[in-house]
Ligand binder design. Structure first.
Ligand SMILES: [Zn+2]
Length: 156
């Protein structure tokens, strides 16, 4: 695989792409569903089109393929055309940062899930914790202080 033709290279790209983001996205979707974390929208039309989003709670989850997003844990870089790939990956990383920043500025919680971390227990926990805290916040905010105190009193 020393001199890779354009054709072969695009085939490699297609393979990497299909084994990267897409399958990971499906896997996470199944995990979310199984864990009862539902009500998400896919490809919600905000910056970066998050793979999973809870628009009312402003939580965005991105699934990042390890190769395309330059996962430091996996450190996978082809030995041929290294510069070409590195440039491409760095461009993606810059875009990732820009997108996350834009969303955070607009009040979103942004969670990025690496392909290699999808099945880690901590991943689901992170998402479920974000949902919990946003839900708690949104059920408190609209109430005035006196209303909250009244309902607390009647609950007793
Ligand atoms: Zn990785």
């Amino acid at each position: 695989m020393d001199h890779v033709s354009k054709e072969v290279r695009s085939k490699i790209m297609a393979t990497v792409r299909s084994t990267g983001g897409r399958t990971t996205e499906l896997a996470l979707g199944r995990l979310l569903w199984a864990a009862g974390l539902r009500g998400y929208r896919k490809q919600w039309p905000v910056a970066g089109k998050p793979d999973f989003a809870w628009p009312a709670l402003k939580i965005a989850v991105f699934v990042d393929g390890c190769f395309w997003h330059g996962c430091t844990r996996c450190k996978y870089l082809p030995r041929t055309h290294t510069k070409f790939w590195r440039d491409k990956i760095e461009t993606n990383q810059r875009r990732d940062r820009r997108v996350s920043q834009r969303l955070r500025r607009a009040g979103w919680t942004v969670i990025r899930v690496r392909e290699c971390a999808v099945f880690r227990a901590g991943t689901l926990r992170r998402i479920s914790r974000a949902l919990d805290s946003r839900r708690a916040a949104s059920s408190w905010q609209p109430r005035s202080k006196s209303q909250a105190m009244t309902s607390a009193a009647t609950a007793r």
